[in-house]
Design a protein around this ligand. Structure first.
Ligand code: PRP
Ligand code: URA
Length: 209
């Protein structure tokens, strides 16, 4: 079963608390999601492999360790996943970016695909699927299935807030996928929103409502 990692770092928790507040404006919400995404990279990339290289410092020869060249890919789920891209790219600027457009039907809560464009060589890449909200898990699970159907193998899911239902769904549908979240919340409400959550992530990020 794919492991769940809850990143309970004080800075992440502090910033997430401000994001959750209903009085936080769109500009601050966007900036905080960007900053938390950068902070999450540290743990999310802990498993990347390195290789030794010989260098010379001003003092003398040394062995340094560099990433061993595996290609990286970020796959934000539109819309809200876009808010995580820049913060992560800051730390891995050579990653390729694919996009998957999904919206959750408000009645059935089932994901509906409207866009998919992925790098051609995704089978060679360590892939990070991005979506701030893991609610029922339908959207993230469908996105991961699309990626696998197009050849993606090594996939990690990175979210801001998860409901237990969403985590269980990913672990059931994709037991090979590790999940990183900043918070594991209590439950879903009758409309499929995470409680306490932060409301509609896409609307808060882009100022639509
Ligand atoms: C939100 C969110 C996830 C999805 C989570 O997107 O960004 O993609 O809901 O819900 P689920 O786990 O139950 O599938 P939404 O459908 O509101 O689309 P948007 O990002 O375009 O606003
Ligand atoms: N999508 C959101 O944006 N928020 C939720 O709480 C659930 C799904």
């Amino acid at each position: 079963m794919g492991e769940l990692h809850v990143l309970e770092h004080p800075l992440i928790q502090h910033k997430l608390g401000i994001m959750r507040d209903v009085n936080t404006c769109t500009k601050d919400f966007r900036e905080l999601l960007d900053e938390i995404s950068t902070l999450m990279v540290y743990e999310v990339t802990r498993g990347l492999s390195t290789k030794p290289v010989e260098i010379t410092t001003p003092i003398g020869p040394a062995t340094a360790y560099v990433l061993s060249g595996k290609k990286l890919g970020l796959i934000p789920i539109l819309r809200a996943g876009l808010g995580m891209v820049d913060g992560i790219m800051r730390m891995m600027p050579n990653a390729r970016i694919g996009h998957i457009g999904l919206y959750r039907d408000p009645v059935t809560l089932e994901p509906v695909e409207y866009y998919c464009k992925l790098p051609p060589d995704i089978e060679e890449r360590d892939l990070f699927v991005l979506d701030p909200m893991l609610a029922t898990g339908g959207s993230s699970s469908a996105a991961i299935t699309f990626v696998k159907n197009r050849g993606g193998k090594n996939i990690t899911l990175v979210c801001l807030i998860a409901a237990p239902e969403g985590v269980s769904r990913i672990q059931r549908d994709h037991p090979d996928v590790e999940v990183f979240v900043a918070a594991l919340d209590e439950k879903l409400n009758e409309h499929g929103y995470i409680v306490p959550g932060l409301g509609d992530a896409g609307d808060r990020l882009f100022g639509t409502r």
